[in-house]
Design a protein around this ligand. Structure first.
Ligand code: PAF
Length: 286
């Protein structure tokens, strides 16, 4: 695996791979890697693909400065994990490489979707503009044919899909396939997250009630009752931002008589650490 920091080196590696008939598969990350990230690499690593991973802690997507300052970093370990997993190039840009000029923020409104209005969009103002801006910028630099994102960030994934459709329709981007990776959980059901590294053993126990709460929503007939029961299963130590059941197409809360596929989503604090999780569920209808 080659580690590159400069755009010129990156472009050369990509041009060589294309000249060898390879497709470019991209796995963007912010580092502090876990099996969720590595499973994305596994999903795109094939004979035909040249795999580029990036580690860039994107300052634009942190609405809370202390979250940015405390974001876990483990570059040496990450590089070894990616190399062992068969990544071809690891792109490690500095902020001025990603943003040589003041970035023109891409807002979710620009891509004409309401998916960003609630949940993370409401609780983390500016977060999705930062995510869409960095993802679009990295796509411009890497020009991938395929890019992989985890389902743990379900709303982010939906917005990135919308961004790509929008950019394809306007001729702004070449065809690009977005691949979704399943959420990977520990033996107790806790969704793997880079932020879990900041939890002590007691906090890990507390965080493990999140999955129990979300899973309890599956197969229920009444949405409000399902949310009430799920909240009661969360540890009292959790400071809840939201626990909602939404329509997977719109990310808008579903009403009492809803029937069909849905997503139960959680965000909240365990100590100082903000965690999110979600489960694809079905609501049976009354
Ligand atoms: O999901 C993440 O880790 C980040 O939001 C991403 C997609 C790498 C953009 O910084």
């Amino acid at each position: 695996m080659k580690q590159v920091t400069q755009v010129s080196q990156l472009k050369q590696e990509i041009a060589d791979a294309r000249a060898n008939g390879k497709r470019i598969a991209f796995v963007p990350t912010m580092g502090a890697l876990h099996d969720g990230h590595l499973s994305l690499v596994d999903q795109v690593r094939t004979e035909e693909n040249f795999v580029v991973a990036s580690i860039f802690v994107n300052p634009l997507q942190f609405n809370d400065p202390s979250d940015y300052e405390n974001y876990p970093q483990s570059l040496g370990v990450d590089a070894r994990l990616l190399s062992d997993r068969g990544v071809d190039v690891l792109f490690l840009p500095e902020p001025e490489t990603v943003y040589p000029e003041q970035p023109n923020l891409i807002t979710p409104e620009q891509i004409e979707t309401n998916v960003s209005l609630g949940l993370e969009g409401e609780h983390r103002p500016g977060h999705f503009s930062g995510v869409l801006t960095v993802v679009s910028r990295l796509f411009d630099l890497i020009t991938p044919d395929i890019a992989a994102f985890g389902k743990k960030d379900a709303q982010q994934l939906a917005l990135i899909r919308s961004l790509v459709s929008h950019q394809l329709a306007s001729g702004r981007r070449m065809p690009l396939k977005i691949i979704a990776g399943e959420t990977i959980r520990d033996d107790h059901g806790l969704a793997l997250s880079s932020r879990n590294a900041r939890l002590d053993s007691e906090q890990l126990e507390i965080a493990r009630t999140i999955n129990v709460a979300l899973a309890s929503c599956d197969g229920k007939a009444d949405v409000e009752a399902a949310i009430g029961e799920a909240k009661s299963l969360l540890s009292d130590e959790i400071k809840l931002d939201y626990l909602e059941i939404v329509d997977p197409a719109t990310f808008e809360p579903v009403s009492g008589d809803y029937e069909g596929s849905a997503i139960a989503l959680f965000a909240g604090y365990v100590g100082q650490v903000r965690l999110i999780d979600n489960r694809e569920i079905s609501i049976k209808g009354s």
